[in-house]
Design a protein around this ligand. Structure first.
Ligand SMILES: O=C(O)CCC(=O)C(=O)O
Length: 292
């Protein structure tokens, strides 16, 4: 069975991490992945990049933005409940969650200067149009990015955010979205070394930046939301995969005892993540989304 669980459940989000996440809308976990994990994941990303290239699915610059990568190589499944990041994910969202979206990205150095295309956004797509939001948009999802290449200096395709912007529903846009000048006030390029993870609230205004370095940028993203939402980039996890996974990983790939369980209703017992966290005494009942 891939992903034994009990050993994972020995740490929770710290008070400092919660405060940082609430205040800035993101946090960096230095050294979330060890060297061997970085090597294994890089091998998987490189293999997929070569496969996509052979299939003619890369863009003209050789970029890859491969959705649902969780199902393309089992190395990525280790990220689903990774001990360095998952306590932050469930600490912020609670236990009624699953991994609804993932991507593996490769961005080789650009051959020269390019017009700056506006890519600033909050995640969630139609959520931001369809969910009535008289005040601040709801959090609803948290995403982890795992850095495999060295982005320890700006200009290497770094992740850029406006810290604290997760509580602001709008961002002023420039007139020319195909070639803009200044980034929004307060924007910063976050740096990351191979193995670092950046965990962020879907509402933070963020963008990928162009890679003007000599280093090919490689990163893997895994996003989580509530089980009463739908997957973003897959319909159902293959049964033959689920049966080889731990109960928690099956939950995190969308398995549920019955539809009512996704809503915390019905006769079905609570899902595996709740049961295991509860058994380990890690749930904080002062946080509403951690209550049964
Ligand atoms: O690739 C990046 O740095 C940004 C990714 C992004 O915009 C997203 O995951 O929503």
């Amino acid at each position: 069975m891939t992903g034994t669980t009990v050993a994972h459940w020995n740490n929770v989000i710290t008070r400092q991490q919660r405060e940082q996440f609430e205040t800035y809308g993101f946090l960096t976990v230095k050294g979330a992945l060890g060297q061997e994990e970085v090597a294994r994941l890089t091998e998987a990303v490189d293999r997929l990049h070569a496969e996509e290239e052979r299939a003619g699915r890369l863009d003209a610059d050789g970029n890859m933005h491969l959705l649902a990568c969780l199902f393309r190589d089992e190395a990525f499944l280790e990220l689903l409940d990774h001990p360095a990041t998952f306590p932050i994910v469930w600490g912020m969202l609670g236990w009624n969650i699953f991994g609804f979206h993932s991507h593996a990205d490769v961005h080789p150095p650009l051959p020269g200067p390019r017009p700056r295309r506006w890519r600033w956004h909050q995640d969630g797509g139609r959520i931001n149009l369809e969910v009535e939001t008289p005040v601040t948009r709801p959090r609803l999802s948290v995403k982890c990015s795992y850095w495999l290449s060295d982005a320890s200096e700006p200009g290497r395709g770094n992740f850029m955010v406006v810290p604290g912007s997760h509580r602001t529903n709008t961002l002023q846009r420039p007139r020319n979205l195909d070639d803009y000048g200044e980034d929004p006030p307060g924007a910063v390029e976050l740096t990351a070394e191979p193995g670092d993870a950046i965990v962020f609230d879907r509402r933070i205004w963020h963008t990928r930046t162009d890679n003007h370095s000599e280093v090919t940028r490689k990163a893997v993203f895994v996003a989580y939301t509530y089980r009463w939402m739908r997957p973003y980039d897959y319909t159902e996890a293959p049964a033959e995969l689920l049966e080889r996974l731990s109960p928690v990983r099956r939950q995190l790939l969308g398995e549920g005892a019955d539809p009512l369980q996704y809503w915390g209703r019905g006769d079905a017992e609570r899902p595996p993540l709740f049961r295991e966290l509860d058994a380990a005494g890690l749930l904080d009942l002062s946080v509403p989304n951690q209550r049964p």
